[in-house]
Design a protein around this ligand. Structure first.
Ligand SMILES: Cc1cc2nc3c(=O)[nH]c(=O)nc-3n(C[C@H](O)[C@H](O)[C@H](O)COP(=O)(O)OP(=O)(O)OC[C@H]3O[C@@H](n4cnc5c(N)ncnc54)[C@H](O)[C@@H]3O)c2cc1C
Ligand SMILES: NC(=O)c1ccc[n+]([C@@H]2O[C@H](COP(=O)([O-])OP(=O)(O)OC[C@H]3O[C@@H](n4cnc5c(N)ncnc54)[C@H](O)[C@@H]3O)[C@@H](O)[C@H]2O)c1
Length: 468
């Protein structure tokens, strides 16, 4: 029957696409349902455009640190044109071709669960098609920007990550609500591309509050030097925008109101589970879909439902969604063969996902922070080192500022977490991810000799500071 497949995936973002790839590799047939663009949020309104906007700013900062080099003003139109190219002009033909080459069936439309192993798809033209799964249905619908219930905020139609990453011009005056990753990256992007006045309103005490405190502090210093106004312990009481698209006024609980040309809300994400038919299979609506370490949804009779990527709320990062997807596709194929493969499980999430915040300085972390390691009951020793005093970092540019922290499990002498905050630190992170995930003993790590003069010598300095 044409509308019956072994696996049906709802959502063709990075996570959904990878499930299909692995399931088909495992000998199964698959269909993937997508209501907007194959490639998902990541390819068009998140990772890819945001990094395309940030790259010139990063490079300009690098150039400014090297005497003898100078850079003219950034040509914003060319930066926006390169962003448009990076998102393929918001056209997913290439990604659809890739899905079909897997081979898998690409179904354009909105999918919703319609009882066990059934997915009802509504196309743009209102036609309905019912797909049936022999083995599994996988939810990979991602997440959407959360808008706080602050009076007047939703009515002001603020920018979210969607609008800021797709911006066709840069507002003169921008207010950003939030102090997390989207707020930091996009405040720096818009300011670097010409916003004259950028104000970041942070409810808590610091930027990037899930990371080591020094990371947010270094970033706040860099923002202050660039002229970005970061206000911590600042709530928003009320928002006014009488004319759609006109000036916006943000009222604070105390003090004078702030006025801007645009307002960006970057206060976290909601799992995309609304109207997904979860109630038809006995699951709560509007919550992340809870899964076990094989990515199978808990509490569904028959165990045929899975969820990967942002929608399960485990780790809101593309690389982690893709990792879950590889496991999920392999698990479904293995179970179809009658094999339980107990080793095929999400282990990496438990160590703490690697993440790079692409600001200047770059903030890179994997594993547990000191606070998280202590809270988890480890006997912890923390080693800090000033990255600017490493010869390789000094040679990258004048005034290099950065800091590294290793969190050591004193009982097993392995790393529980590592954070680097400094220019050009992103490519250092994978070495840390290997050390943390593989639990490499420190006295063995000591024999991994970093090249001179690279920033990687930070590894040697951290181990020396530890006493090796
Ligand atoms: C501004 C920004 C920058 C980011 N930068 C990074 C970064 O640099 N690195 C990183 O690792 N992560 C980054 N992230 C996070 C990353 O974008 C997400 O973790 C990732 O996109 C999640 O992938 P996903 O496949 O789970 O969901 P998504 O990419 O959201 O894809 C889900 C897809 O499902 C579709 N869909 C939803 N509901 C239905 C339905 N009912 N029927 C049919 N289709 C449906 C959607 O249209 C969408 O195409 C960023 C996020 C933002 C907001
Ligand atoms: N480079 C990257 O890896 C990258 C880049 C962007 C986004 N992402 C991912 O996307 C996800 C979403 O990013 P995000 O920045 O939206 O979320 P986030 O969870 O990183 O930060 C949300 C921020 O909003 C604040 N906040 C929450 N509710 C608020 C309210 N009512 N009023 C004021 N402030 C409030 C929080 O305190 C926090 O500072 C993150 O989990 C992140 O991992 C990753």
């Amino acid at each position: 029957m044409a509308d019956e497949f072994d696996v049906i995936v709802i959502g063709a973002g990075p996570a959904g696409e990878n499930v299909v790839d692995r399931a088909v590799r495992g000998g199964l047939t698959a269909a993937i349902v997508e209501e907007r663009l194959a490639g998902g949020e990541c390819s068009y309104w998140a990772c890819v455009p945001s990094k395309a906007l940030l790259r010139p700013i990063d490079l300009a900062a690098e150039v400014s640190r090297v005497p003898g080099l100078s850079l003219g003003p950034i040509d914003v139109d060319k930066v926006l044109a390169r962003r448009d190219e990076a998102v393929s002009g918001y056209d997913d033909a290439g990604q659809v071709r890739w899905v079909e080459s897997v081979p898998a069936e690409f179904v354009r439309g909105r999918g919703r669960l319609d009882g066990p192993k059934r997915v009802r798809v509504t196309t743009d033209t209102g036609e309905e098609r019912v797909l049936t799964a022999r083995q599994a249905v996988v939810l990979a619908t991602g997440s959407t920007a959360a808008i706080p219930r602050t009076p007047g905020l939703a009515e002001a139609s603020p920018w979210t990550s969607h609008e800021v990453t797709a911006a066709s011009s840069v507002p003169e005056r921008l207010i950003v609500i939030g102090g997390g990753v989207v707020a930091c990256e996009m405040a720096q992007a818009m300011h670097g591309l010409g916003a004259r006045q950028t104000t970041v309103l942070v409810r808590g005490g610091r930027l990037l509050n899930r990371m080591e405190p020094f990371a947010g502090e270094l970033l706040a210093e860099s923002f202050a030097e660039a002229g970005i106004d970061v206000r911590t312990h600042t709530d928003v009481a009320r928002v006014e925008r009488p004319e759609p698209g006109g000036k916006v006024t943000v009222h604070l609980p105390e003090g004078p109101p702030l006025e801007a040309d645009e307002l960006l809300v970057a206060t976290g994400r909601h799992p995309a589970t609304r109207n997904l038919g979860l109630a038809s299979v006995g699951l709560p609506e509007d919550k992340p879909v809870e899964v076990d370490d094989s990515l199978r949804a808990t509490g569904v009779e028959g165990g045929w439902l899975y969820a990967v990527g942002d929608v399960n709320g485990r780790a809101l990062l593309t690389h982690m969604g893709k990792y879950q997807a590889r496991i999920c596709g392999d698990v479904i194929a293995a179970r179809a063969r009658g094999d339980e493969l107990p080793a095929m499980r999400d282990l990496a999430g438990g160590y703490g996902s690697p993440q790079v915040v692409f600001t200047d300085p770059q903030i890179c972390a994997v594993g547990r922070t000191e606070e998280a390691a202590r809270a988890d009951g480890f006997r912890v020793r923390v080693v800090d080192y000033d990255m600017g005093s490493v010869t390789g970092a000094y040679l990258l540019g004048d005034g290099y500022r950065g800091k590294a922290r290793a969190v050591v499990d004193e009982d097993r002498k392995v790393l529980l977490g590592v954070t680097f905050a400094g220019p050009g630190a992103a490519e250092l992170l994978h070495a840390a991810t290997i050390a943390v995930t593989a639990e490499v003993p420190l006295d063995r790590l000591w024999h991994a000799v970093p090249s001179f003069p690279t920033v990687s010598e930070i590894w040697l300095r951290l181990l020396e500071a530890y006493g090796l």
